[in-house]
Write a protein that binds this ligand. Sequence first.
Ligand code: 5RP
Length: 255
Amino acid sequence: DALPTPPQTLVPPPPSILSQDELKKIAAFRAVDFVESGMVVGLGTGSTARHAVDRIGHLLRQGKLRDVVGIPTSRVTHDQALSLGIPLSDLDSHPVVDLAIDGADEVDPSLNLVKGRGGSLLREKMVEGACKKFVVIVDESKLVDYIGGSGLAMPVEVIKFCWKYTAEQLRSLFDYAGCRAKLRMSVGKEEEEEPFVTDNGNYVVDLYFERDIGDSWAASDAILRLAGVVEHGMFLGMASTVIVAGELGVRMINR
Ligand code: 5RP
């Protein structure tokens, strides 16, 4: 007898059980397990870091954590932490940070990051550069094969003065990678687009690459040599641990 013909219609994959935000929350809560009473903690910025800050506030209120001092990486995080009653300070008073927790836009296989799509890259880099342990929290969508590999923006904070000139210099640095440079805009009160201004009063130029930029350390050096550049969103060699939340569970990748 002839074997039955297999069904021709493809079976759709099961619907995702957890939303992206739920995955972000799982990674964030896992990271907060690293926080101990008495620590100075760098508080990141973005929708993932927000969950970690909420959790720290919750544990402080419950008395499960005590004497934690938070160092916020943006005005938004400052305001959130303040509303949760987390005692706050800054790098001037606490130049050594025990632990920082923050999200990322891209994580490559060497744990190099792209950050700053939320526009807080400069303060994030200062605080996370001052910490003994930097825990990065992401959902699986942030994992890339190489820096710039998501096709999304790699942000560069620039001074306002002659920003077009700086943007063109940035673009031409990466001509070989099919780079486009675009001033970041935000929607103002009148619903009209106006340039996005960082907490430090600067603009952000977003770089988009068609191809791999190659050596990201060399790219970092080249960007920082441009006088109009304040900082860029590549966080190279900074992450100690990356916590990745996915449908199949949470993975912890250590440097
Ligand atoms: C803000 C950042 C954020 O950490 C990054 O953009 C990730 O954001 P989210 O957690 O919302 O995906 O670097 O400057």
